[in-house]
Design a protein around this ligand. Structure first.
Ligand SMILES: Nc1nc2c(c(=O)[nH]1)N[C@H]1C(S)=C(S)[C@@H](COP(=O)(O)O)O[C@H]1N2
Ligand SMILES: [Mo]
Length: 320
């Protein structure tokens, strides 16, 4: 019955994400078996076309209960409108130029206040059997927002295996620096390499994700392949892409946007509708794909129940 209904939909309208969102609505309604078969068929047909999702589906991804049930943005939206200054400052530059970055082989240096220092591949850090799908709200400091189905593992699980020592108070991250493949790095839009950091309790928070996939597929280069950070209660720039170094530190590490403009961008960068950016209000956001900045931004991007206690007693205007 469901299959017949799907046949009524013109193929041109069956985008992977509409299948995806419909499947989620059906799943919520409880029609698990029939819809699973339907969705599989459509995925297969869609990927045979080869136009929309070139990457292979990641195997064995478990759905996380920590996902929001809001509808996800489309694959085209999420891979066609990006910030990745290593490829230029335009929102379409990453989609155009990120293919020039070579992600194979890929090595991540782990150093600083940590037991298991060394150079790791993505596979060394993340086992396929650990992969979870986490659908998170996303809020950029420039006020656009999105709902994104990431695939990854909690950073805390990776850190636990690397064994931070008792002086490890922060985790610092660094992006690939390769100007011959990242044309934006031939200019000075930011100081390169891009660097970011989290306090240890933030890094160990169960919501903090190391992502390797999007929509069940390996990350496209423009979204931070092969491995990036996702911190859903912070402005987007904390979620550093294409990570080549994870360093455990005693002191608060420098961060790219704070280096660029300390008054406008603090270390914490928690989404906060009550604290304006010096040049614009943060009260509202524009959902990606829409024209209007008409959606109310939520404290900690809607994750206050889970994360607010980490900042109890802190002046969030001063520590912005
Ligand atoms: N290395 C690196 N990481 C980065 C950026 C960047 O320019 N370079 N931009 C940040 C900003 S400002 C945002 S909003 C998000 C955008 O992620 P998305 O393109 O996957 O939506 O990536 C963040 N991570
Ligand atoms: Mo951003």
């Amino acid at each position: 019955m469901l299959i017949k209904k799907a046949g009524d939909i013109p193929a041109s309208e069956i985008t992977p994400e509409s299948v995806y969102n419909n499947r989620r609505h059906f799943l919520r309604a409880g029609a698990v078996g029939a819809v699973g078969a339907l969705a599989g068929g459509l995925w297969a047909r869609e990927s045979l076309g080869g136009t929309v999702m070139p990457q292979d589906e990641l195997p064995g991804v478990v759905k996380s209960p920590l996902s929001t049930d809001e509808d996800t943005n489309s694959w085209e939206q999420l891979t066609g409108y990006n910030n990745f200054y290593e490829f230029g400052t335009g929102k379409d530059d990453p989609a155009r130029y990120a293919h020039e970055m070579n992600t194979d082989p890929w090595s991540i240096k782990v150093d600083g206040n940590v037991g298991k220092k060394g150079d790791y591949s993505v596979d060394d850090l993340i086992k396929p059997s650990q992969l979870e799908e986490r659908i998170y709200r996303f809020r950029c400091v420039e006020a656009w927002s999105a709902v994104i189905p990431w695939v990854g593992v909690p950073l805390k699980d990776v850190l636990a295996r690397l064994q931070p020592d008792s002086d490890a108070n922060y985790v610092a991250f660094e992006t690939l620096h390769r100007p011959d493949e990242m044309r934006g790095q031939r200019g000075r839009a930011l100081r390169w390499p891009y660097v970011e950091g989290l306090r240890m309790d933030e890094a160990m928070h169960p919501l903090t994700l190391l992502a390797v996939g999007l929509y069940g597929r390996a990350l496209p280069n423009q979204n931070g392949a092969p491995i990036r950070l996702v911190v859903p209660w912070k402005y987007g720039y904390k979620s550093i892409k294409s990570i080549v170094r994870i360093k455990l530190t005693k002191d608060e590490p420098p961060t790219s946007w704070n280096i660029a403009n300390a008054r406008e961008y603090g270390f914490y960068s928690n989404v906060n509708p009550e604290v304006s950016h010096p040049r614009w209000s943060q009260e509202y956001e524009r959902p990606l794909g829409g024209f209007l900045k008409n959606k109310k931004t939520l404290m900690f991007n809607g994750y206050a129940d889970q994360v607010a206690s980490m900042y109890a007693g802190m002046d969030l205007a001063r520590f912005h």
